[in-house]
Write a protein that binds this ligand. Sequence first.
Ligand SMILES: Nc1ncnc2c1ncn2[C@@H]1O[C@H](COP(=O)(O)OP(=O)(O)OP(=O)(O)O)[C@@H](O)[C@H]1O
Ligand SMILES: [Mg+2]
Length: 320
Amino acid sequence: MKVLGIESTAHTFGVGIVDDGKIIANERDTLKPLSGGIIPREAASHHYRFAPTILKNALDKSGLKLKDIDLFAFSQGPGIIPALKVGYQLSTFLSKKYKKKLIGVNHCIAHLEIARLYTGMNDPVMLYVSGGNTQVITYYNKSYIVFGETQDIGVGNLLDKTGRRMGIPFPAGPEIEKLAMKSKKYIELPYSIKGMDVSFSGLETFVSKLIGKEKNEDIAFSLQETVFSMLIEASERAMAYCTKNSLVITGGVAANKRINEMGKIMCRDRKAKFSPIPIEFAGDNGAMIAYTGYLMRNYKQEDLEIRPRFRTDTVEINYR
Ligand SMILES: Nc1ncnc2c1ncn2[C@@H]1O[C@H](COP(=O)(O)OP(=O)(O)OP(=O)(O)O)[C@@H](O)[C@H]1O
Ligand SMILES: [Mg+2]
């Protein structure tokens, strides 16, 4: 069975194709504004502009034609409304034109499933870290339970906002990572973990006041050490509580070497399993939507509208 998946929740327009669950194409383009953050309208026009090329490139890579596709999948949410609409409209059009089924995929669950696929971990605690989301998730009784999460902004968002104040354009995560590698000077920062939840907005304000006073590389290093420790601590607690012996880290921030290193050390100390996901599948991509669409191929969905506030724990998982 051949599934084509479209991702368009935020800054990235992506098309992925899977053949019987095996990924055979994963093409994308990410909006990189010259200054400031992502403006919803600009994200949508970026996606409209790139959709034809990305779709064609993915089909060329796979050696397939649209008529060969058995099922279309799209990212239903959570995300930015105008951006979500692009993937929704394109996939609805294609499914009608080629008379094939359409599946709406929860974007967060897609990040989890691609991580399980590429790490081979069957039932891990999942640390999902991206721009908009930061959650510690476990699977229980046919759903993905959010065990802990950010009470305010996502960790990637914190990195992007701090970066912007340093003059680094979006996405700042990779540049902050490079800066951090140049420093060994730890500046004490607020460490705010409340039960299983974390909070970043106080930290964001605190760090904003250091800019100009401390070196950017020392701020980057201290920020990474602090927030990644908070997240690994929450993940460790979830592993202990749920007696799960493996961890995966997924989402855009999972591209970061340091968070993976910390995850690896924590797991080694607990004699648990850890494996990083390939960078290609950390950030938003179409392949994860196609793959999750494939897993969900037998779902009967009534509500195929976009769902801007779609929560991870509201989907019944009946393919596991
Ligand atoms: N090497 C890195 N280190 C730290 N953060 C990174 C790195 N690479 C990317 N990021 C961050 O990842 C985030 C993007 O994540 P992703 O592509 O999953 O999109 P998203 O819109 O945030 O997705 P979601 O809807 O899942 O929240 C950005 O905040 C970016 O700065
Ligand atoms: Mg994402």
